[in-house]
Design a protein around this ligand. Structure first.
Ligand code: MN3
Length: 199
């Protein structure tokens, strides 16, 4: 059975960039809902013995419930981990890889923000690493780059939820303002840890 990861900060810790009420509902209702529905969908099947990464790797063979809720479980677990009230900028090998792949940190932010802004409807923007190279892209719904169903391949090391439930209470229709605020609360130490693990 999959369980919600414990949030490493309080609901209000990311204010004013992400408000406490949004965090409370997003974590306690949306993420809990995906988790409960994933568990219900895999109960009693062979999937119950697999890791979430294993399930996502062959999700094209599974039901829509497993795809949507497995993605929802994984994506939000990653999302909480890459947020922090103490942000900063990338350093070390991650900073070098960003410069090599995009030219500069500012250019990376522009490309990632553009992917998040132009994802039509609900979905996610991603920074992925594959064969040591970084790239950005987006996926609809709760899909992600670990799935064998999407055109964006690689290991996600940074993700941004652009479903309206992630920002509507505070930003209403202003998705670009939410994307701009996101850069104030990125946990670059965790992104770097995921980058090293994926290499
Ligand atoms: Mn969400």
């Amino acid at each position: 059975m999959f369980t919600l990861p414990k949030l490493p900060y309080e609901f209000a810790a990311l204010e004013p960039h992400i408000d406490a009420k949004t965090m409370e509902i997003h974590y306690g209702k949306h993420h809990q809902g995906y988790t409960d529905k994933l568990n219900a969908a895999i109960e009693g099947s062979a999937l119950a013995d697999q890791t979430i990464e294993e399930i996502l790797a062959h999700v094209s063979e599974e039901s829509t419930a497993v795809r949507n809720n497995g993605g929802g479980f994984y994506n939000h677990s990653l999302f909480w981990s890459i947020l922090s009230p103490k942000s900063g900028v990338p350093t070390g090998a991650l900073a070098s890889a960003i410069d090599d792949s995009f030219g500069s940190f500012e250019e990376f932010k522009t490309q990632f923000s553009n992917a998040a802004a132009t994802q039509f409807g609900s979905g996610w923007a991603w920074l992925v690493v594959q064969d040591g190279k970084l790239s950005v892209g987006s996926t609809p719904n709760q899909d992600n780059p670990l799935m064998d169903t999407t055109g964006l391949d690689g290991t996600p090391i940074l993700g941004l939820d652009v479903w309206e439930h992630a920002y509507y209470l505070n930003y209403q229709n202003r998705r670009p303002d939410y994307i701009a605020a996101f850069w104030n609360v990125v946990n670059w130490d965790e992104v770097a840890r995921r980058f090293e693990a994926a290499k």
